[in-house]
Design a binder for this molecule. Structure first.
Ligand SMILES: [Zn+2]
Length: 185
């Protein structure tokens, strides 16, 4: 409601908001006047009523966006990993994710490398946290085993007797660990 006074006789008048801007006459003195706009206070209170709804909508949007972001995370990790290996060499083939679980931070990937010597089967485990990355070559009796913390190789074991194979596997394990670490970043 709009509460105001007649500009001529000063009578207190009350009119519904919808009458704002319309021409009326004073019921007491008959003076013609234009009904004033409701005070800004009323508009402010409407804003206050709308504010919680606006905030709620905003929170829902953010949560929904985060959910979509999280749901798409495994696909983005796998995409980055495949892209990285492809950049390194076309000899990397047959990527298979045994675990790709951002919720529990478990990641395990199996991949093949076609070397001059033959095809190697490598498996890498990693996490998005500060845990180690483990790379194993040729199951079930592992031909090589490597452990990394970040980009640093902590240990490398080779169970064969070919020095140049050892060097190749050490390089491959390092590349695979890097690719996984970068994909999980
Ligand atoms: Zn009047």
């Amino acid at each position: 409601m709009i509460s105001f006074h007649c500009p001529r006789c000063g009578k207190a008048l009350i009119m519904p908001n919808r009458e704002a801007g319309k021409e009326k006459t004073c019921p007491d003195c008959g003076a013609a006047f234009v009904v004033p706009e409701p005070p800004p206070r009323q508009r402010a209170s409407r804003m206050r009523r709308l504010l919680p709804a606006t905030v709620a909508l905003l929170i829902v949007s953010v949560l929904l966006g985060f959910w979509v972001f999280k749901a798409r995370r495994p696909a983005r990790i796998q995409g980055r990993f495949a892209e990285r290996l492809h950049q390194l060499s076309s000899r990397w083939q047959g990527i298979e994710w045994l675990e790709c679980d951002p919720i529990h931070d478990h990641f395990k990937v199996s991949v093949y490398y076609g070397s001059e010597r033959g095809t190697y089967h490598l498996e890498a485990n990693g996490s998005q946290g500060s845990g180690p990355t483990i790379v194993r070559v040729n199951p079930p009796r592992w031909l090589a085993y490597a452990r990394y913390l970040g980009a640093v190789e902590e240990s490398f074991e080779y169970h064969g007797d070919d020095g140049s194979e050892r060097i190749e596997l050490q390089t491959l394990a390092g590349d695979l660990s890097d690719a996984l670490r970068q994909a999980l970043r």
